[in-house]
Write a protein that binds this ligand. Structure first.
Ligand code: PXP
Length: 251
C-alpha cells in the first residue's frame, strides 16, 4: 500500500496579518475552510500566551466550525490545558514558548521537563486528545518523550531548513536518524517548521514521517499564488517525494 503522508496547514499567520490592523480580516477560520478544500489533512493553530496571532475566539471557532482534525499547539501551562480540555481538539502539540522569541526556535527539553510534562500528557490523553511533543531531532529527547508517555513527536525541522549545502545534508541525516530511532521506539513521527517548496521533498521522503505541519511559507506564498494553489502545490511536491522515495509501507 502507498505510504500516507498527511499535511497539516498552520493558519497562525493569517491571524498575524489580521492583527496588524485589528479588524476581522483576513479570517483564519476562512483560511482553514479553504485549506480543507485544497487537500489539507488537518488544521494547526498555536494559541500563544501573548495571543500575538491566534485568539481565544479563533480557537473556539476552529474547534466548532472546522471538520478537519484540529492540532492545537500550546505551551505546557495550566491556562492552555484548561482551554484544550474545553475544546477537545483531535490533537495537542506541546511546544516550548518564550515571550521574546519570534517563533518556536527550538524543541522542548523533555529530559529536563519530565515531571512537569507528564501531568499535561496524562490529562490530555485521558480526555481522548492525541498528544505530541515538539522536539529537536535528538535520540535522548525522543527516548524521554516515549518514557513520559507521549504517543507522537514532531521533529523540529528549523535547523535543517536554515542550513545550506553540506550543513543541510548533515541536518537531514539528523532528522532521518531521529525518525528511525523514534519509530523503532514506537513513536509516531511528525515534522515541521520552516518547510518550503524548495526544502520539503527530502523530509517528505523520510519513511517514518507520517505528517508534516507547514504554515508560514504557505501563507506567504498565498500572497502571490493564492492559498488554494500554494497548498495544492505543496501537496503535490510531498506526494511526488513519497512516490519517488520508494519507501512504501502499509498505511
Ligand atoms: N510545527 C510546530 C510545532 C510549530 O510550532 C510551527 C510554527 O508555529 C510549525 C510546525 C510550522 O512552522 P512554519 O510556520 O515555519 O511552517
Amino acid at each position: 500500500m502507498t505510504r500516507i503522508l498527511r499535511l497539516g496547514v498552520n493558519i497562525d499567520h493569517v491571524a498575524t496579518i489580521r492583527n496588524a490592523r485589528g479588524g476581522p480580516d483576513p479570517d483564519p477560520v476562512r483560511a482553514a475552510r479553504l485549506a480543507a478544500q485544497a487537500g489539507a489533512d488537518g488544521i494547526v493553530a498555536h494559541l500563544r500566551e501573548d495571543r500575538r496571532h491566534i485568539s481565544d475566539s479563533d480557537m473556539e471557532r476552529l474547534a466548532r466550525d472546522i471538520d478537519l482534525p484540529l492540532n492545537f499547539e500550546m505551551a505546557a501551562t495550566d491556562e492552555m490545558l484548561e482551554i484544550a480540555l474545553r475544546h477537545r481538539p483531535h490533537a495537542v502539540c506541546i511546544v516550548p514558548e518564550r515571550r521574546e522569541e519570534r517563533t518556536t526556535e527550538s524543541g522542548l527539553n523533555v529530559i529536563g521537563g519530565h515531571n512537569h510534562l507528564r501531568r499535561f500528557i496524562d490529562e490530555l490523553t485521558q480526555a481522548g486528545i492525541r498528544v505530541s511533543l515538539f522536539v529537536d531531532p535528538e535520540a535522548d529527547q525522543l527516548d524521554a518523550a516515549k518514557q513520559v508517555g507521549a504517543p507522537v513527536v514532531e521533529l523540529h525541522t528549523g535547523a535543517y531548513c536554515a542550513a545550506q549545502g553540506w550543513r543541510q545534508s548533515r541536518e537531514l541525516d539528523r532528522l532521518i536518524a531521529a525518525a528511525e530511532h523514534g519509530a523503532a521506539a514506537g513513536l509516531e513521527i511528525h515534522a515541521g517548521h520552516g518547510l518550503t517548496f524548495a526544502n520539503v521533498a527530502p523530509v517528505a521522503a523520510i519513511r517514518e514521517v507520517a505528517e508534516l505541519n507547514i504554515g508560514h511559507f504557505l501563507i506567504g506564498e498565498a500572497i502571490f499564488s493564492g492559498l488554494d494553489s500554494a497548498i495544492r502545490r505543496m501537496r503535490a511536491i510531498m506526494d511526488k517525494a513519497v512516490a519517488e522515495s520508494g519507501n512504501i509501507r502499509s498505511a
